[in-house]
Design a protein around this ligand. Structure first.
Ligand SMILES: Cc1ncc(COP(=O)(O)O)c(C=O)c1O
Length: 438
């Protein structure tokens, strides 16, 4: 049982007084250090981490020894190299290395610092390349919180309230097979109904495809509840984009970088986008983001787009070490994602069979979630029960994060030991049992 000490309460009180509130509210976790599978708080409590610190530490908490060494070595040489104005080799080397992970035809990279920036960059590139302005996004999507990407984000009202207006963005419907929209009978029928809405309502009555620069899509909706769409949905988006000279942007910020067992989550759908955005795990724990585009788009005019810290040498050194680790161990990482994902899904399916409040379990690879409901027939969301489960798990040494209206995500580092995955699932199961019995 976790002990919440005076020291922990003290930091939380001081935080509340001086920091603008973000999303920290679920539990009194004041982190001190982390390594491998475990995070420790300032009172010495130890936690198994099923969050990868929000999908960042895919290869173990605090990166791994090679990632840390690369960053430390670079700190002693040069940290910031003004990559927007001066040349340096390391970011170029990293971009070359990164491009080897992309399909043929992808040849240009823009480096920035966060997921939202990577998406801002993609918005600008799509507008520049097509000379068109409108963007299509999807309800339930999360692309970031700066004003351009926030316009495409449509997960929760609280993200957007008072920050608009957001001109030039339209939202369409992303298929959610568990809560099937349009009364569709099968997931594919649902996907095609969503595509029909996009093509014959949004693009036929409101926004001319002649004016649409980009369609932004998450291969799996992350903050929106870990929603996996049917394959045909992505294939149809590809068709619409190609037919209308619209840039298809795959936001891989949360789902990419091996989380689903593939470097690019979009590969699960057999579809190639035109621009990919990546952040979170790509920096190995340091802030880094990348926007990767097809060479055929050409280049940006000098001075038209840049940023002071994009290509920061310490971040890039860590990212390059992380990418080298990934490339060297790709086969075994793929295997680990498959094996561990299968094990967790088996346990989640059993929970769904055994407990009324577990409405749906879903995901791909090690990007998994369980959605909690008041009862299986009405599928009414059960956010209070979901929060109670997260709190119960926290009290028993397991870190979890919510997603969507009433789901919990399960995203351990890919390298987490089987033993700790089992232990974590035991804690989770016991919490579900307890809350279900209330
Ligand atoms: C799919 C997706 N895109 C973009 C972002 C924004 O990334 P950042 O918080 O680094 O700006 C997130 C963050 O959760 C995300 O999940």
């Amino acid at each position: 049982m976790i002990k919440v000490t005076k020291k922990i309460n003290d930091v939380m009180k001081r935080d509340k007084k001086v920091m603008f509130t973000t999303t920290r509210e679920h539990y009194p976790f004041v982190v001190a250090k982390a390594s491998g599978d475990y995070a420790y708080d300032i009172a010495g409590n130890r936690f198994i981490d099923f969050t990868s610190f929000i999908s960042v530490y895919n290869f173990g908490l605090n990166g791994n020894a090679a990632i840390r060494k690369a960053a430390k070595d670079q700190i002693d040489k040069l940290m910031h190299a003004a990559f927007l104005d001066y040349h340096s080799e390391l970011p170029v080397k990293f971009a070359e290395n990164l491009l080897t992970m992309f399909p043929k035809g992808f040849g240009r990279v823009f480096l920035s610092n966060s997921g939202t920036e990577a998406n801002e960059d993609a918005i600008k590139l799509a507008r520049l390349f097509t000379k068109k302005s409108y963007i299509i996004g999807f309800y339930n999507a999360f692309h970031g919180r700066s004003l351009g990407s926030l316009g495409i984000t449509a997960t929760k009202l609280v993200h957007r309230e008072h920050y608009g207006p957001f001109p030039n963005v339209a939202h369409s419907i992303y298929p959610n097979p568990y809560r099937s929209q349009f009364n569709s009978q099968t997931p594919d029928e649902l996907a095609l109904a969503c595509i029909d809405h996009l093509e014959n309502v949004i693009l036929a009555k409101e926004y001319s495809p002649k004016e649409v620069a980009a369609i932004f899509v998450e291969p799996i909706q992350g903050e929106g509840g870990y929603i996996v769409p049917p394959k045909i949905f992505m294939k149809e988006l590809r068709r619409i984009a190609t037919e209308n000279n619209i840039v298809l942007v795959s936001d891989e910020v949360q789902a990419g970088y091996m989380r689903t067992g593939k470097f690019l989550a979009m590969d699960n759908f057999g579809v190639t986008a035109d621009i990919y955005t990546m952040a979170k795990a790509i920096g190995g724990g340091l802030p880094l983001a990348a926007t990767i585009a097809r060479s055929s788009f050409g280049d940006t005019p000098s001075g038209s787009h840049a940023g002071t810290f994009g290509g920061n040498l310490v971040s890039v050194a860590a990212a390059n070490a992380s990418l080298n680790y990934l490339k060297k161990n790709k086969r075994s990482l793929e295997h680990l994602v498959k094996e561990k994902g299968k094990y967790i899904m088996k346990r989640l399916n059993k929970l769904k069979d055994d407990y009324e409040i577990v409405g749906d379990v879903r995901g791909l690879g090690l990007m998994l979630a369980a959605e909690f409901v008041k009862n299986k027939d009405t599928k009414a969301h059960a956010p209070k029960e979901r929060d109670a489960i997260i709190e119960e798990c926290f009290n028993n040494g397991l870190l979890l994060l919510p997603t969507g209206t009433s789901a919990i995500r399960i995203i351990p580092p890919i390298t987490m030991s089987k033993e700790n995955i089992e232990k974590g699932m035991d804690v989770f199961e016991e919490a579900v049992r307890k809350v279900n019995a209330k």
